[in-house]
Ligand binder design. Sequence first.
Ligand SMILES: *[C@@H]1O[C@H](CO)[C@@H](O)[C@H](O)[C@H]1NC(C)=O
Ligand SMILES: *[C@@H]1O[C@H](CO)[C@@H](O)[C@H](O)[C@H]1NC(C)=O
Ligand SMILES: *[C@@H]1O[C@H](CO)[C@@H](O)[C@H](O)[C@H]1NC(C)=O
Ligand SMILES: *[C@@H]1O[C@H](CO)[C@@H](O)[C@H](O)[C@H]1NC(C)=O
Length: 423
Amino acid sequence: MSVRKNLLLLAAGTSVVAATTCNPLTSTSCSADTALAGSFAEDFTSASSYFTDEKMPGTIEYSSDGLAMTLTEQGDNPTLTSNFYIMYGKVEVMMKAAPGTGIVSSFFLQSDDLDELDIEWVGSDDTQFQSNYFSKGDTTTYDRGEFHTVSEPETTFHNYTLEWAMDKTTWYLDGTAVRVLENTTSEGYPQSPMYLKMGIWAGGDPSNSEGTIEWAGGLTDYSQAPFTMYISKVIVTDYSTGSEYSYGDQSGSWESIQCKDGEINGRYQQALMDFAELTNGGTVSNSTTTSTTSSSSAVASSSSTSEIVSSEVTSSSTKATTSSTKATTTSTKATTTSTEATTTSTKAATTSTKAATTSSSSKVSTVSPTTVENSSSLEATKSTASVSQTSSSQAVKVASDMANGITASFGLAALPLLLLSLL
Ligand SMILES: *[C@@H]1O[C@H](CO)[C@@H](O)[C@H](O)[C@H]1NC(C)=O
Ligand SMILES: *[C@@H]1O[C@H](CO)[C@@H](O)[C@H](O)[C@H]1NC(C)=O
Ligand SMILES: *[C@@H]1O[C@H](CO)[C@@H](O)[C@H](O)[C@H]1NC(C)=O
Ligand SMILES: *[C@@H]1O[C@H](CO)[C@@H](O)[C@H](O)[C@H]1NC(C)=O
Protein backbone atom coordinates (compact mmCIF):
# COMPACT_ATOMS: atom_id res chain seq x y z
CA MET A 1 0.00 0.00 0.00
CA SER A 2 2.71 2.44 0.92
CA VAL A 3 4.33 1.98 -2.47
CA ARG A 4 1.15 2.95 -4.25
CA LYS A 5 0.63 5.80 -1.91
CA ASN A 6 4.11 7.11 -2.57
CA LEU A 7 3.60 6.91 -6.30
CA LEU A 8 0.51 9.00 -5.98
CA LEU A 9 2.15 11.49 -3.71
CA LEU A 10 4.91 11.89 -6.27
CA ALA A 11 2.37 12.33 -9.01
CA ALA A 12 0.54 15.02 -7.12
CA GLY A 13 3.59 17.07 -6.28
CA THR A 14 4.51 18.86 -3.10
CA SER A 15 1.11 20.39 -2.36
CA VAL A 16 -0.20 17.04 -1.14
CA VAL A 17 2.40 16.79 1.58
CA ALA A 18 0.11 18.43 4.08
CA ALA A 19 -0.56 17.47 7.68
CA THR A 20 -3.86 15.90 6.68
CA THR A 21 -2.21 13.32 4.43
CA CYS A 22 -0.19 11.84 7.31
CA ASN A 23 -2.10 8.79 8.49
CA PRO A 24 -1.59 8.25 12.24
CA LEU A 25 -2.36 4.55 11.83
CA THR A 26 0.69 4.05 9.63
CA SER A 27 2.98 6.83 10.86
CA THR A 28 4.00 7.86 14.36
CA SER A 29 5.25 11.29 13.29
CA CYS A 30 2.03 12.99 12.17
CA SER A 31 1.60 16.48 13.59
CA ALA A 32 -1.23 17.15 16.05
CA ASP A 33 -4.55 18.52 14.81
CA THR A 34 -5.57 22.08 15.71
CA ALA A 35 -8.69 21.82 17.86
CA LEU A 36 -11.73 24.04 17.45
CA ALA A 37 -12.77 23.48 21.07
CA GLY A 38 -15.53 26.03 20.57
CA SER A 39 -18.53 26.92 18.40
CA PHE A 40 -19.20 29.26 15.51
CA ALA A 41 -21.62 30.12 12.73
CA GLU A 42 -20.28 31.17 9.35
CA ASP A 43 -22.44 32.85 6.71
CA PHE A 44 -19.73 33.13 4.04
CA THR A 45 -20.51 36.70 3.10
CA SER A 46 -16.73 36.87 2.67
CA ALA A 47 -13.89 34.37 2.77
CA SER A 48 -14.03 32.55 6.09
CA SER A 49 -11.14 32.41 8.52
CA TYR A 50 -12.28 28.92 9.52
CA PHE A 51 -11.85 27.40 6.06
CA THR A 52 -9.04 27.16 3.53
CA ASP A 53 -9.55 27.29 -0.21
CA GLU A 54 -7.70 24.24 -1.56
CA LYS A 55 -7.06 26.26 -4.73
CA MET A 56 -8.40 23.46 -6.87
CA PRO A 57 -9.60 24.45 -10.37
CA GLY A 58 -13.09 25.98 -10.31
CA THR A 59 -14.65 29.03 -8.72
CA ILE A 60 -15.40 29.93 -5.11
CA GLU A 61 -17.37 33.12 -4.55
CA TYR A 62 -18.70 34.89 -1.47
CA SER A 63 -21.66 37.26 -1.41
CA SER A 64 -24.50 38.43 0.78
CA ASP A 65 -26.17 35.14 -0.18
CA GLY A 66 -23.26 33.08 1.10
CA LEU A 67 -20.88 30.68 -0.57
CA ALA A 68 -21.10 29.62 -4.22
CA MET A 69 -18.86 26.83 -5.53
CA THR A 70 -18.91 26.50 -9.29
CA LEU A 71 -17.78 23.85 -11.74
CA THR A 72 -17.46 25.38 -15.20
CA GLU A 73 -15.25 22.99 -17.12
CA GLN A 74 -13.66 19.57 -17.07
CA GLY A 75 -11.24 19.18 -14.17
CA ASP A 76 -12.91 21.74 -11.92
CA ASN A 77 -13.25 20.62 -8.30
CA PRO A 78 -13.45 23.69 -6.05
CA THR A 79 -12.90 22.61 -2.44
CA LEU A 80 -12.87 24.22 1.01
CA THR A 81 -11.34 22.50 4.04
CA SER A 82 -11.63 23.60 7.66
CA ASN A 83 -8.41 24.64 9.37
CA PHE A 84 -9.57 23.04 12.63
CA TYR A 85 -10.68 19.64 13.84
CA ILE A 86 -13.52 18.61 16.12
CA MET A 87 -13.61 15.56 18.38
CA TYR A 88 -17.33 14.73 18.38
CA GLY A 89 -19.71 17.59 17.80
CA LYS A 90 -22.55 18.97 15.74
CA VAL A 91 -22.26 20.35 12.24
CA GLU A 92 -25.06 21.97 10.32
CA VAL A 93 -25.13 23.20 6.74
CA MET A 94 -27.78 25.25 4.99
CA MET A 95 -27.23 24.00 1.50
CA LYS A 96 -28.56 24.10 -2.05
CA ALA A 97 -27.03 21.35 -4.19
CA ALA A 98 -25.85 21.81 -7.76
CA PRO A 99 -28.06 20.63 -10.61
CA GLY A 100 -26.67 18.84 -13.66
CA THR A 101 -26.42 15.24 -14.72
CA GLY A 102 -23.09 13.79 -13.62
CA ILE A 103 -22.49 16.51 -11.03
CA VAL A 104 -21.89 15.68 -7.37
CA SER A 105 -22.13 18.16 -4.47
CA SER A 106 -20.56 17.02 -1.23
CA PHE A 107 -20.17 18.06 2.40
CA PHE A 108 -18.34 15.79 4.80
CA LEU A 109 -16.25 15.24 7.90
CA GLN A 110 -13.03 13.27 7.66
CA SER A 111 -10.19 12.35 9.98
CA ASP A 112 -6.49 11.85 9.34
CA ASP A 113 -6.95 8.09 9.68
CA LEU A 114 -9.88 8.25 7.25
CA ASP A 115 -12.97 7.96 9.37
CA GLU A 116 -15.66 9.75 7.42
CA LEU A 117 -19.23 11.05 7.74
CA ASP A 118 -20.75 12.18 4.43
CA ILE A 119 -23.65 14.04 2.89
CA GLU A 120 -23.82 13.95 -0.92
CA TRP A 121 -26.16 15.11 -3.65
CA VAL A 122 -26.23 13.85 -7.24
CA GLY A 123 -27.31 16.57 -9.68
CA SER A 124 -29.64 14.40 -11.76
CA ASP A 125 -31.67 13.55 -8.65
CA ASP A 126 -33.65 16.50 -7.31
CA THR A 127 -35.54 14.30 -4.81
CA GLN A 128 -32.91 12.69 -2.58
CA PHE A 129 -29.61 13.08 -0.80
CA GLN A 130 -27.21 10.40 0.36
CA SER A 131 -25.67 9.74 3.76
CA ASN A 132 -22.60 7.59 4.13
CA TYR A 133 -19.74 6.79 6.49
CA PHE A 134 -16.39 5.06 6.54
CA SER A 135 -14.16 3.79 9.31
CA LYS A 136 -10.36 3.94 9.12
CA GLY A 137 -10.45 4.07 5.32
CA ASP A 138 -12.07 0.65 5.08
CA THR A 139 -13.73 0.60 1.68
CA THR A 140 -14.04 -3.16 1.29
CA THR A 141 -17.82 -3.09 1.41
CA TYR A 142 -20.21 -0.58 -0.06
CA ASP A 143 -23.34 -1.10 1.96
CA ARG A 144 -23.02 1.93 4.21
CA GLY A 145 -24.74 4.48 2.02
CA GLU A 146 -28.41 5.36 2.33
CA PHE A 147 -30.75 7.60 0.35
CA HIS A 148 -33.13 10.09 1.95
CA THR A 149 -36.03 11.94 0.42
CA VAL A 150 -35.72 15.71 0.26
CA SER A 151 -37.87 18.22 -1.58
CA GLU A 152 -36.09 19.96 -4.47
CA PRO A 153 -32.63 20.18 -2.89
CA GLU A 154 -31.32 21.97 -5.98
CA THR A 155 -33.69 24.91 -5.87
CA THR A 156 -34.33 25.09 -2.13
CA PHE A 157 -31.98 25.58 0.79
CA HIS A 158 -32.38 22.80 3.32
CA ASN A 159 -30.98 22.30 6.79
CA TYR A 160 -28.73 19.23 6.96
CA THR A 161 -27.36 18.42 10.41
CA LEU A 162 -24.79 15.86 11.48
CA GLU A 163 -24.77 15.08 15.17
CA TRP A 164 -21.62 13.07 15.76
CA ALA A 165 -21.54 11.82 19.34
CA MET A 166 -19.54 9.14 21.07
CA ASP A 167 -22.46 6.70 21.24
CA LYS A 168 -24.16 7.43 17.91
CA THR A 169 -24.34 9.69 14.88
CA THR A 170 -27.60 11.17 13.66
CA TRP A 171 -28.23 12.77 10.28
CA TYR A 172 -31.08 15.30 10.33
CA LEU A 173 -32.95 16.91 7.46
CA ASP A 174 -34.75 20.13 8.37
CA GLY A 175 -34.83 19.10 12.02
CA THR A 176 -36.03 15.53 11.50
CA ALA A 177 -33.70 12.63 12.17
CA VAL A 178 -33.42 10.56 8.99
CA ARG A 179 -30.65 8.18 9.99
CA VAL A 180 -29.02 6.96 13.17
CA LEU A 181 -25.71 5.11 13.22
CA GLU A 182 -24.99 3.42 16.56
CA ASN A 183 -21.36 3.08 17.62
CA THR A 184 -21.91 -0.67 17.91
CA THR A 185 -21.97 -0.99 14.12
CA SER A 186 -19.89 -3.96 12.97
CA GLU A 187 -18.42 -1.88 10.16
CA GLY A 188 -16.52 0.47 12.44
CA TYR A 189 -17.58 3.77 13.95
CA PRO A 190 -15.98 7.18 13.19
CA GLN A 191 -14.13 8.10 16.40
CA SER A 192 -11.12 10.26 15.61
CA PRO A 193 -10.74 14.06 15.22
CA MET A 194 -12.37 15.26 12.02
CA TYR A 195 -12.06 18.26 9.76
CA LEU A 196 -14.83 19.51 7.44
CA LYS A 197 -14.65 19.54 3.68
CA MET A 198 -17.04 20.69 0.97
CA GLY A 199 -16.93 20.80 -2.79
CA ILE A 200 -18.37 19.97 -6.19
CA TRP A 201 -17.00 17.54 -8.81
CA ALA A 202 -17.95 15.81 -12.04
CA GLY A 203 -18.66 12.14 -11.32
CA GLY A 204 -20.01 11.89 -14.87
CA ASP A 205 -16.82 13.00 -16.55
CA PRO A 206 -16.35 10.92 -19.73
CA SER A 207 -12.92 9.83 -18.53
CA ASN A 208 -14.54 7.99 -15.62
CA SER A 209 -15.69 4.40 -15.85
CA GLU A 210 -19.26 3.45 -16.65
CA GLY A 211 -19.86 2.58 -13.01
CA THR A 212 -18.96 6.01 -11.75
CA ILE A 213 -20.82 7.76 -14.52
CA GLU A 214 -23.88 5.66 -13.74
CA TRP A 215 -23.63 6.40 -10.01
CA ALA A 216 -23.32 10.10 -10.80
CA GLY A 217 -26.50 9.89 -12.85
CA GLY A 218 -24.97 9.91 -16.34
CA LEU A 219 -22.40 11.73 -18.43
CA THR A 220 -21.65 15.29 -17.43
CA ASP A 221 -22.79 17.67 -20.14
CA TYR A 222 -20.31 20.49 -19.84
CA SER A 223 -22.29 22.55 -22.36
CA GLN A 224 -24.87 23.02 -19.59
CA ALA A 225 -22.22 24.48 -17.24
CA PRO A 226 -21.73 26.37 -15.01
CA PHE A 227 -23.01 24.17 -12.18
CA THR A 228 -23.11 25.77 -8.75
CA MET A 229 -23.73 24.54 -5.22
CA TYR A 230 -24.60 27.12 -2.53
CA ILE A 231 -24.05 27.23 1.20
CA SER A 232 -25.70 30.05 3.11
CA LYS A 233 -24.55 28.97 6.55
CA VAL A 234 -22.42 26.46 8.39
CA ILE A 235 -22.68 26.01 12.16
CA VAL A 236 -20.09 23.97 14.01
CA THR A 237 -19.71 23.06 17.65
CA ASP A 238 -16.96 20.87 19.06
CA TYR A 239 -17.83 18.67 22.06
CA SER A 240 -14.21 18.43 23.20
CA THR A 241 -11.70 20.81 24.73
CA GLY A 242 -8.00 21.46 24.35
CA SER A 243 -5.69 23.17 21.89
CA GLU A 244 -4.71 20.12 19.86
CA TYR A 245 -5.97 16.60 19.25
CA SER A 246 -3.48 13.82 18.62
CA TYR A 247 -3.27 10.05 18.37
CA GLY A 248 -1.74 8.36 21.41
CA ASP A 249 -1.21 5.10 19.53
CA GLN A 250 -1.96 3.51 16.18
CA SER A 251 -5.32 1.99 17.08
CA GLY A 252 -7.46 4.88 15.87
CA SER A 253 -9.84 4.28 18.79
CA TRP A 254 -11.35 7.22 20.63
CA GLU A 255 -9.69 6.07 23.85
CA SER A 256 -6.31 6.74 22.21
CA ILE A 257 -7.12 10.33 21.24
CA GLN A 258 -5.35 12.92 23.38
CA CYS A 259 -6.64 16.44 23.92
CA LYS A 260 -3.81 18.78 24.88
CA ASP A 261 -4.95 20.70 28.01
CA GLY A 262 -8.46 19.43 27.51
CA GLU A 263 -10.67 16.37 27.38
CA ILE A 264 -12.93 14.44 25.08
CA ASN A 265 -16.53 15.69 25.43
CA GLY A 266 -15.17 18.29 27.87
CA ARG A 267 -17.66 20.94 26.70
CA TYR A 268 -20.60 18.76 25.75
CA GLN A 269 -23.27 20.71 27.63
CA GLN A 270 -21.81 24.03 26.52
CA ALA A 271 -21.74 22.80 22.94
CA LEU A 272 -25.44 21.94 23.01
CA MET A 273 -26.27 25.40 24.36
CA ASP A 274 -24.02 27.07 21.80
CA PHE A 275 -25.60 25.10 19.00
CA ALA A 276 -29.14 26.01 20.06
CA GLU A 277 -28.11 29.66 20.29
CA LEU A 278 -26.37 29.69 16.92
CA THR A 279 -29.19 27.92 15.07
CA ASN A 280 -31.48 30.59 16.54
CA GLY A 281 -29.38 33.21 14.85
CA GLY A 282 -27.70 34.25 18.09
CA THR A 283 -24.05 34.57 18.94
CA VAL A 284 -21.95 32.73 21.47
CA SER A 285 -19.19 33.93 23.69
CA ASN A 286 -15.95 32.10 23.29
CA SER A 287 -14.97 32.96 26.85
CA THR A 288 -17.14 30.16 28.23
CA THR A 289 -14.93 27.61 26.52
CA THR A 290 -13.34 25.61 29.34
CA SER A 291 -9.92 25.54 27.78
CA THR A 292 -9.72 29.16 26.66
CA THR A 293 -6.66 30.23 28.62
CA SER A 294 -4.53 27.18 28.19
CA SER A 295 -5.41 26.70 24.56
CA SER A 296 -4.60 30.21 23.46
CA SER A 297 -1.04 29.99 24.72
CA ALA A 298 -0.65 26.47 23.42
CA VAL A 299 -1.87 27.48 19.98
CA ALA A 300 0.48 30.43 19.88
CA SER A 301 3.53 28.32 20.64
CA SER A 302 2.85 25.52 18.20
CA SER A 303 3.31 25.02 14.45
CA SER A 304 2.76 27.57 11.70
CA THR A 305 -0.64 26.15 10.82
CA SER A 306 -1.78 26.76 14.36
CA GLU A 307 -0.44 30.27 14.30
CA ILE A 308 -2.56 31.11 11.30
CA VAL A 309 -5.61 29.76 13.04
CA SER A 310 -4.69 31.60 16.19
CA SER A 311 -4.61 35.02 14.59
CA GLU A 312 -7.83 34.35 12.76
CA VAL A 313 -9.48 33.24 15.95
CA THR A 314 -8.50 36.49 17.58
CA SER A 315 -10.41 38.51 15.04
CA SER A 316 -13.46 36.31 15.35
CA SER A 317 -13.38 36.45 19.13
CA THR A 318 -13.50 40.22 18.86
CA LYS A 319 -16.64 39.88 16.80
CA ALA A 320 -18.25 37.53 19.31
CA THR A 321 -20.56 39.19 21.79
CA THR A 322 -21.30 37.94 25.27
CA SER A 323 -24.93 37.05 25.79
CA SER A 324 -25.51 35.53 29.17
CA THR A 325 -29.20 36.43 29.32
CA LYS A 326 -29.70 34.77 26.00
CA ALA A 327 -27.79 31.77 27.21
CA THR A 328 -30.19 31.26 30.10
CA THR A 329 -33.12 31.38 27.72
CA THR A 330 -31.37 28.95 25.45
CA SER A 331 -30.78 26.61 28.30
CA THR A 332 -34.50 26.35 29.00
CA LYS A 333 -35.11 25.87 25.33
CA ALA A 334 -32.39 23.25 25.19
CA THR A 335 -34.28 21.14 27.71
CA THR A 336 -37.36 21.25 25.54
CA THR A 337 -35.31 20.43 22.49
CA SER A 338 -33.80 17.44 24.17
CA THR A 339 -37.22 15.99 24.99
CA GLU A 340 -38.11 16.50 21.36
CA ALA A 341 -34.88 14.85 20.41
CA THR A 342 -35.80 11.72 22.34
CA THR A 343 -39.05 11.48 20.47
CA THR A 344 -37.28 12.07 17.20
CA SER A 345 -34.72 9.46 17.95
CA THR A 346 -37.38 6.84 18.57
CA LYS A 347 -38.82 7.74 15.21
CA ALA A 348 -35.35 7.55 13.80
CA ALA A 349 -34.91 4.04 15.08
CA THR A 350 -37.94 3.05 13.06
CA THR A 351 -36.66 4.88 10.03
CA SER A 352 -33.33 3.24 10.41
CA THR A 353 -34.84 -0.24 10.57
CA LYS A 354 -36.78 0.54 7.44
CA ALA A 355 -33.64 1.84 5.85
CA ALA A 356 -31.77 -1.31 6.78
CA THR A 357 -34.33 -3.31 4.88
CA THR A 358 -34.03 -1.20 1.79
CA SER A 359 -30.29 -0.96 1.91
CA SER A 360 -29.93 -4.52 0.63
CA SER A 361 -31.28 -3.31 -2.71
CA SER A 362 -28.72 -2.87 -5.42
CA LYS A 363 -29.44 0.82 -5.73
CA VAL A 364 -27.95 1.60 -2.37
CA SER A 365 -24.90 -0.56 -2.81
CA THR A 366 -23.44 1.66 -5.51
CA VAL A 367 -22.86 4.62 -3.25
CA SER A 368 -19.32 5.83 -3.66
CA PRO A 369 -16.90 7.03 -1.03
CA THR A 370 -16.54 10.75 -0.89
CA THR A 371 -14.18 10.98 -3.72
CA VAL A 372 -13.26 14.64 -3.68
CA GLU A 373 -10.96 13.96 -0.79
CA ASN A 374 -7.32 13.25 -1.63
CA SER A 375 -6.41 11.06 1.25
CA SER A 376 -9.59 9.07 0.98
CA SER A 377 -8.76 8.46 -2.64
CA LEU A 378 -5.25 7.49 -1.74
CA GLU A 379 -6.43 5.04 0.84
CA ALA A 380 -9.01 3.81 -1.60
CA THR A 381 -6.33 2.46 -3.91
CA LYS A 382 -5.50 -0.05 -1.22
CA SER A 383 -8.76 -1.87 -1.52
CA THR A 384 -9.20 -1.28 -5.23
CA ALA A 385 -6.66 -3.98 -5.88
CA SER A 386 -8.44 -6.58 -3.82
CA VAL A 387 -11.92 -5.53 -4.82
CA SER A 388 -11.13 -5.59 -8.51
CA GLN A 389 -10.15 -9.23 -8.29
CA THR A 390 -13.81 -10.07 -8.06
CA SER A 391 -15.66 -9.61 -11.30
CA SER A 392 -19.00 -8.35 -9.98
CA SER A 393 -20.31 -5.19 -11.52
CA GLN A 394 -20.26 -3.57 -8.14
CA ALA A 395 -16.54 -4.12 -7.86
CA VAL A 396 -16.12 -2.37 -11.18
CA LYS A 397 -18.17 0.53 -9.92
CA VAL A 398 -16.25 0.68 -6.72
CA ALA A 399 -12.89 0.64 -8.45
CA SER A 400 -13.98 3.29 -10.86
CA ASP A 401 -15.38 5.52 -8.19
CA MET A 402 -12.03 5.39 -6.52
CA ALA A 403 -10.19 6.11 -9.73
CA ASN A 404 -12.48 9.02 -10.20
CA GLY A 405 -11.53 10.35 -6.80
CA ILE A 406 -7.95 10.39 -7.91
CA THR A 407 -8.92 12.13 -11.10
CA ALA A 408 -11.05 14.69 -9.35
CA SER A 409 -8.43 15.57 -6.79
CA PHE A 410 -5.17 15.21 -8.63
CA GLY A 411 -6.12 15.99 -12.21
CA LEU A 412 -6.24 13.58 -15.09
CA ALA A 413 -2.46 13.27 -15.15
CA ALA A 414 -2.51 11.14 -12.01
CA LEU A 415 -4.81 8.50 -13.43
CA PRO A 416 -2.23 6.53 -15.46
CA LEU A 417 -0.13 6.35 -12.31
CA LEU A 418 -3.04 4.96 -10.35
CA LEU A 419 -3.59 2.29 -12.97
CA LEU A 420 0.11 1.56 -13.04
CA SER A 421 0.20 1.13 -9.33
CA LEU A 422 -2.58 -1.41 -9.46
CA LEU A 423 -0.73 -3.73 -11.86
C1 LIG B 1 -5.68 17.99 -1.80
O1 LIG B 1 -4.96 18.18 -2.98
C2 LIG B 1 -4.66 19.52 -3.27
C3 LIG B 1 -4.03 19.58 -4.64
O2 LIG B 1 -3.16 18.52 -4.88
C4 LIG B 1 -3.80 20.08 -2.17
O3 LIG B 1 -3.54 21.44 -2.42
C5 LIG B 1 -4.50 19.95 -0.85
O4 LIG B 1 -3.69 20.36 0.20
C6 LIG B 1 -4.92 18.50 -0.61
N1 LIG B 1 -5.74 18.43 0.58
C7 LIG B 1 -5.58 17.52 1.50
C8 LIG B 1 -6.54 17.59 2.63
O5 LIG B 1 -4.71 16.70 1.48
C1 LIG C 1 -12.05 30.04 21.41
O1 LIG C 1 -10.89 30.57 21.95
C2 LIG C 1 -9.80 29.69 22.09
C3 LIG C 1 -8.66 30.44 22.72
O2 LIG C 1 -8.38 31.61 22.01
C4 LIG C 1 -9.43 29.10 20.71
O3 LIG C 1 -8.41 28.16 20.84
C5 LIG C 1 -10.64 28.47 20.09
O4 LIG C 1 -10.32 28.01 18.80
C6 LIG C 1 -11.77 29.50 20.03
N1 LIG C 1 -12.93 28.87 19.46
C7 LIG C 1 -13.64 29.44 18.47
C8 LIG C 1 -14.76 28.67 18.02
O5 LIG C 1 -13.38 30.54 18.00
C1 LIG D 1 -19.79 3.74 22.30
O1 LIG D 1 -20.25 4.67 23.26
C2 LIG D 1 -20.01 4.33 24.62
C3 LIG D 1 -20.56 5.44 25.47
O2 LIG D 1 -21.92 5.59 25.23
C4 LIG D 1 -18.54 4.13 24.87
O3 LIG D 1 -18.34 3.68 26.17
C5 LIG D 1 -17.96 3.14 23.89
O4 LIG D 1 -16.57 3.04 24.08
C6 LIG D 1 -18.26 3.59 22.49
N1 LIG D 1 -17.75 2.64 21.51
C7 LIG D 1 -17.18 3.03 20.37
C8 LIG D 1 -16.73 1.94 19.44
O5 LIG D 1 -17.03 4.20 20.05
C1 LIG E 1 -31.60 22.51 11.70
O1 LIG E 1 -31.81 21.23 12.27
C2 LIG E 1 -31.23 21.05 13.53
C3 LIG E 1 -31.32 19.59 13.91
O2 LIG E 1 -32.62 19.17 14.05
C4 LIG E 1 -31.90 21.98 14.52
O3 LIG E 1 -31.38 21.80 15.81
C5 LIG E 1 -31.66 23.41 14.05
O4 LIG E 1 -32.35 24.31 14.87
C6 LIG E 1 -32.11 23.61 12.61
N1 LIG E 1 -31.59 24.89 12.16
C7 LIG E 1 -32.33 25.85 11.67
C8 LIG E 1 -31.61 27.07 11.23
O5 LIG E 1 -33.53 25.74 11.56
